[in-house]
Design a protein around this ligand. Structure first.
Ligand code: HGY
Ligand code: MN
Ligand code: MN
Length: 400
């Protein structure tokens, strides 16, 4: 499975993945998922929001156990973020069948659409729509960098956007959802464990800062006459770093658009996207507040107009304690070791679903902690340990 998926959407120069929602690379990933489902005799379906499901047993019976993740990527993402969870789900099902586990509860494998939000700016679009955390009206307004709206992109990829929206009946059939994911930090590397259990996801969000000044000639415009939006933007980036340090948070400007983007022109517009996260909501509020205050005061000082738009926000997620404890018992059953329980600053579809369904996550060690980069990695032995842990968890839940 891994060998088949590896070339899909990989850029020849950067070796990073560019698997953006509703693009040909995404379609290839979806084709791969359907092939895996069909090859195992699973029932394959695409739901109204474009998420893919593969079913062993009839989900209409209810109390289903579901596992899965996503196959899309950030720009130049790594191979593991998302795909490791989907590949491990199919491999864990194979392991259950090898063990002869009777599938007494329906078992589902899911590939959630557009988890990273790389194309339309909002993460977890597939799971948000299904969970009713994104309205169809708001989804219809999402637009990519080329001005293509989400519904047009869906249509172009052969999916009917007219039916998108909350799907409570589908979620009501799920008794437990478990997402396996490569760790996006070094906690397991430092603790010396191959696999861990998630405790919580930090509150996090994305804010767009539009600094509007005046385009002018870079050679002839006196400094005193400029209204250069790059200057307050630069101060804002530095303020983000300072505020994050002060409040035990993280804050990143990782995407920027400049108009007219000419080397010899003072820009008319600098648009920067802030991603900020913290363990505590109060810290996150303080960080974003301080960054906005700095942006406003420098914008004013330079005669630049500023608009700040919150494009998305996800409150803190505390995963279901009973399910987490149950998984801890299942994984610790044959050993006297306890499985590490860790929080994360990364967002996941599991976090979105956790408002509707008992949800848990397993993390697989990442030896460098690097993620959202082509350098992301995981050792084969650890990936196998992840599959076996997921199989143990699924078996334990099915037999419970
Ligand atoms: O955490 C993120 O940025 C995304 O949801 N994976
Ligand atoms: Mn990611
Ligand atoms: Mn992910």
């Amino acid at each position: 499975m891994w060998r088949e998926l590896l070339p899909v959407g990989r850029h020849p120069d950067s070796h990073g993945y560019r698997r953006f929602a509703w693009t040909p690379a995404d379609a290839d990933c979806r084709g791969w998922f359907e092939e895996q489902a069909v090859a195992r005799g699973l029932r394959h379906e695409v739901d109204r929001n474009g998420n893919q499901w593969a079913w062993a047993g009839d989900p209409a019976l209810g109390d289903a156990v579901v596992t899965g993740s996503h196959l899309d990527s950030v720009p130049d993402g790594g191979a593991f973020d998302g795909p490791l969870g989907v590949v491990s789900s199919f491999a864990a099902l194979d392991e259950l069948l090898r063990r002869g586990v009777p599938l007494d509860r329906p078992l589902g494998i899911v590939n959630f659409g557009d988890e990273e939000g790389a194309r339309f700016g909002l993460a977890c679009v597939g799971s948000r729509l299904t969970a009713g955390r994104l309205s169809p009206e708001d989804a219809h307004r999402l637009t990519d960098g080329d001005g293509v709206t989400l519904p047009r992109a869906m249509e172009a990829a052969g999916h009917d956007p007219g039916s998108i929206g909350a799907d409570p009946e589908r979620l009501a059939r799920i008794g437990a959802f478990v997402e396996l994911h490569v760790e996006q930090g070094r906690a397991l590397d430092l603790s010396g464990d191959a696999v861990g259990i998630a405790s919580a996801i930090w509150p996090h969000g994305r804010w767009r800062f539009d600094f509007r000044g005046e385009a002018n000639h870079a050679g002839t415009t006196r400094l005193a006459d400029r209204r250069d939006p790059m200057l307050p933007y630069a101060e804002t980036v530095l303020a983000a770093r300072r505020a994050a340090l002060l409040h035990r948070a993280v804050a990143t400007f990782g995407k920027i658009a400049v108009e007219p983007n000419g080397v010899n022109a003072v820009p008319s517009l600098v648009r920067g996207w802030l991603d900020s996260r913290a363990a505590e909501q109060d810290d996150l509020d303080a960080v974003v507040g301080e960054i906005q205050d700095t942006a406003r005061s420098y914008a004013e000082a330079h005669g630049v107009a500023l608009d700040v738009t919150r494009e998305s926000f996800t409150p803190v997620v505390e995963f279901d304690h009973a399910l987490r404890d149950e998984i801890g018992r299942i994984l610790g059953r044959d050993t006297d070791l306890t499985v590490p329980v860790l929080g994360t600053g990364a967002g996941h579809d599991a976090g979105i679903l956790s408002g509707s369904v008992p949800t848990a996550m397993l993390f697989v060690r990442n030896p460098t902690g690097v993620s959202h980069s082509p350098a992301e990695s995981a050792a084969e032995d650890d990936c196998v340990a992840g599959v076996l842990a997921l199989a143990d968890v699924l078996e334990g839940l099915i037999r419970a």
